[in-house]
Design a protein around this ligand. Structure first.
Ligand SMILES: [Fe+2]
Ligand SMILES: [Fe+2]
Length: 201
């Protein structure tokens, strides 16, 4: 009788332990909901800002100019990116940042202002923005677990596009802009601040 009783207790313990292990395993592969929300919110904001920067630059250079066509190629890719995040915002029921009207104006202003400084300065703006965004995407990829493989793949693809934009900027003599290092540091700082703010608000 005692043997039977201890056998039942042992079996129960084993069942509980195996359930605990399974649930721990499940916990490990699930992305934290608040992290997922932050990723989608901030990327939606960032891609929106990017489209506005290129809108501002194209408004100054014109779509038909040589540099305008190069910028249009990048702007078209940004359009794909923002459309993807618009879908993600809806599908995952994520609240977009309340600061979209700010990024609307700030992005356009940054694009137009750097374009008015010349082609090299416009490209320096691209180099600075895309450097921050590319790094930012790579950090996010490492935060997502296996339950969001598709989103991870999307971020990897977009990070490649941003790297291409960065390299286009370098190939167009961005680094020869007078005051390149101050200008890019200033823009990088602005982008990093915008990222931190857009995650929460
Ligand atoms: Fe983008
Ligand atoms: Fe980009």
């Amino acid at each position: 009788m005692l043997y039977l009783f201890s056998k039942i207790i042992m079996t129960r313990k084993q069942t509980i332990n195996s359930k605990r292990k399974t649930s721990r395993r499940k916990e490990r592969v699930l992305t934290d909901r608040s992290i997922l929300e932050e990723i989608i919110r901030v990327d939606h904001a960032g891609e929106f800002g990017a489209t506005r920067i290129y809108d501002g630059q194209i408004a100054v250079f014109g779509e038909k100019s040589k540099i305008g066509k190069t910028i249009k190629h990048m702007a078209d890719q940004e359009q794909e990116h923002i459309e993807a995040f618009e879908k993600l915002v809806l599908n995952h029921r994520v609240r977009p940042t309340a600061l979209l009207p700010v990024w609307n104006v700030a992005g356009y202003f940054l694009g137009a202002a750097t374009a008015m400084m010349g082609e090299k300065a416009a490209m320096a703006c691209t180099v600075a923005v895309e450097k921050v965004i590319g790094e930012h995407y790579h950090k996010q990829i490492s935060l997502l677990e296996e339950d969001h493989k598709k989103l991870k793949a999307t971020l990897k693809k977009f990070a490649q596009d941003e790297l291409e934009h960065h390299d286009i900027g370098i190939a167009h003599n961005a680094e020869k802009t007078p005051g390149y290092s101050i200008l890019t540091k200033f823009i990088e700082m602005g982008c990093k601040t915008a990222i931190e703010v857009s995650k929460k608000i």
